[in-house]
Design a protein around this ligand. Structure first.
Ligand SMILES: NC(=O)c1ccc[n+]([C@@H]2O[C@H](COP(=O)([O-])OP(=O)(O)OC[C@H]3O[C@@H](n4cnc5c(N)ncnc54)[C@H](OP(=O)(O)O)[C@@H]3O)[C@@H](O)[C@H]2O)c1
Length: 252
């Protein structure tokens, strides 16, 4: 059991990319990071790397599409720490690759939703009792500018011509979850906010991780910066129900 002065932060999909970068930065600020990963080998490797950098980190096996594993993870966190301070729903995939909506199979759209939306909901619901035990607490949902309906419907936006129905609608749904959960959980001292990392040089969507970044693609530290900022707000800060990126507030 941890004493409640310790900020305990669970990050899903934290074995690499933006999740790992976020874990490293928050760990270096003194948070105790729980590295959620579906792959045990990659998760444990990430923990070793973080420990070598002086970060307090533990591995939690967590495939966000596996309800039994989510329950086991919540039970383990309850036994080992007793509470959670911050949940960062970061795990995400993009299985569609800009096919016209008229040709995109719902099988593909469902894959996007299973991880990005239903996985996020299942993890959030399972962790709420632990967040209540650790309140004031925070949930940060990693959304995307691709999921902004305001940008997608604005002819002056560069997202107007973007066409990825599965990924975009799953991330728009993440934003809706942020709005609804932020209202329900306000009375429990739990804030809920969405963050857009922006186009970032990770292995996301099958991109080779070591490929040179094209113009306009950010490095991972920049992609993680707004998540780190939101997770570093003092516990008890009342900011809730927002959708932000490094440059400021985004339209839903
Ligand atoms: N990179 C961008 O340009 C960009 C832009 C906007 C938003 N985002 C969002 O940022 C988040 C992080 O993406 P990233 O760029 O860091 O991509 P990434 O390097 O591909 O990392 C994605 C993480 O999600 C994990 N994951 C996938 N399916 C999972 C599942 N079923 N259960 C648990 N974990 C699962 C992956 O685990 P494995 O290692 O097992 O695959 C990996 O750890 C995503 O939500 C993404 O939508 C990214």
């Amino acid at each position: 059991m941890s004493d409640k002065n310790e900020i305990i932060t669970l990050i899903t999909g934290a074995d690499k990319g933006i999740g790992f970068e976020t874990a490293q930065a928050l760990g270096q600020k003194g948070q105790h990071v729980l590295i959620g990963a579906r792959n045990q080998e990659r998760g444990e490797k990430a923990v070793k790397q973080l420990e070598a950098a002086g970060v307090k980190a533990d591995f939690i096996q967590l495939d966000v599409t596996d309800k039994a594993q989510i329950k086991t993870a919540a039970d383990k966190i309850k036994t080992d720490y007793g509470y959670l301070s911050i949940l960062i729903n970061n795990a995400g995939i993009a299985m569609d690759h800009h096919q016209p909506a008229s040709q995109l199979s719902t099988d593909t759209i469902r894959q996007d939703f299973d991880v990005n939306y239903f996985g996020l909901i299942d993890v959030t619901q399972a962790m709420i009792p632990l967040l209540k035990a650790g309140k004031p607490a925070k949930i940060i949902n990693v959304a995307s500018n691709m999921g902004s309906m305001g940008l997608a419907s604005d002819p002056n936006s560069r997202f107007y011509k973007v066409n990825s129905l599965g990924y975009q609608s799953s991330k728009a749904s993440v934003n809706f979850a942020t709005i609804i959960f932020s209202k329900e959980l306000a009375a429990d001292d739990i804030t809920v906010n969405s963050v857009n990392p922006g186009w970032t040089a990770t292995g996301f969507g099958g991109r080779p991780e070591d490929a040179p970044a094209p113009a306009g693609m950010q490095d991972v530290a920049t992609g993680a910066a707004q998540i780190i900022k939101m997770a570093s707000l003092p516990q008890g800060d009342k900011t809730t129900g927002t959708f932000t990126e490094n440059a400021g507030t985004l339209p839903w």
